[in-house]
Design a protein around this ligand. Structure first.
Ligand code: AVJ
Length: 310
């Protein structure tokens, strides 16, 4: 089973390049900050995908065939998914939706909303890390997997490939997986999305330290850390870090741990890979899928793909 927040914080802060995993951004405050990021003019991903679903929801729903269940990895507030669910339910009232998310409160409120809006829908919500998919979902009825919003960008290429192979093992031949990915774009466009003028991305990043303070008895002084986000062109990814503004030692009570940071030392908190279309093709093929259809937004370079299990 997946390790705990405490274990991952302890391990991550003992590495030579300190790191915290991005799945821990999403406590209640973190989910709210992420929802705010989605509204920012600099952050294009959410609007791009919303446009794709608005223009193509009936086509996409038709391409799903007639699934018995739709499993969504990292469902969040399922805002964009609503339009798709609506299009699917119009074709076939009977459907089970299986949202998987690490934020239990959000999962519950979203599920309640959807049940009211779609009375014929059945929901089996799972509060978990979607990387444990193999132990959460068993093979069986005709299934469609959804992995939207460029969540795949958080995974290193090897981990992304492994996750897609696990999904493939659950699916039957002809079942599909729909993946949304942010395409490569110039530094001048992609960096501001993670360095917005309002400072919401900075707050989202710093909230990870605030969460350690709240849940693990940490003593991080947030004013002693700066938010840094930059495009790592060699690796094809945006990186987020928290930079120590001075040399400091921080106690985390419930881990009985002292964290020493040099001035300018960083804690690496997130990677967001930006894909080339050719990489996506390879990724799909290696995992046993074929990209049968894909939809791009009109302005920013975002793609939603329908990968069909071969
Ligand atoms: C939810 C992983 C797609 O990487 O763009 C937004 C998270 N991090 N701003 C992304 C995020 C900083 C987001 N994903």
């Amino acid at each position: 089973m997946r390790r705990s927040f405490a274990d991952d914080v302890r391990d991550g802060l003992q590495k030579s390049q300190k790191e915290l995993q991005p799945w821990y951004f999403y406590d209640s405050l973190g989910s709210a900050l992420f929802a705010a990021i989605c509204e920012l003019p600099e952050y294009t991903i959410t609007r791009a995908e919303t446009e794709i679903f608005r223009l193509n929801n009936t086509t996409i729903a038709r391409a799903f065939g007639s699934p018995e269940r739709i499993v969504e990895l990292g469902s969040g507030d399922a805002h964009k998914t609503r339009q798709l669910l609506e299009a699917v339910i119009t074709r076939q009232p009977r459907l089970t939706y299986v949202p998987i998310d690490v934020d239990g409160d959000l999962l519950e409120s979203t599920s309640r909303d959807l049940l009211v809006r779609f009375p014929s829908l059945r929901i089996d919500a799972i509060c978990a890390d979607y990387r444990d998919i193999a132990s959460l979902i068993s093979a069986g009825p005709k299934t469609v997997f959804l992995f939207f919003g460029s969540s795949i960008g958080n995974l290193d290429p090897d981990a992304a490939a492994a996750l897609l192979r696990e999904i493939r093992r659950i699916l039957g031949r002809g079942d599909s997986l729909s993946v949304g990915a942010d395409l490569q774009k110039p530094k001048e466009v992609v960096e501001p999305a993670y360095n917005d003028a309002l400072g919401v991305s900075a707050a989202f990043n710093l909230n990870l330290l605030a969460r350690i303070n709240r849940e693990l008895g940490g003593h991080f002084d947030l004013s002693k850390f700066a938010h840094r986000a930059f495009l790592n062109e060699d690796k094809g990814r945006m990186e987020m870090h928290l930079v120590s503004r001075e040399r400091q030692v921080v106690a985390i009570d419930s881990l009985s741990m002292q964290v020493s940071l040099e001035k300018s030392e960083t804690i690496h908190t997130e990677n967001s890979y930006k894909y080339a279309e050719s990489d996506l093709d390879l990724l799909a093929r290696d995992a046993g899928f074929a990209i049968e259809e894909s939809w791009r937004d009109s302005r920013t370079g975002f793609i939603d793909m329908l990968m069909v299990a071969r």
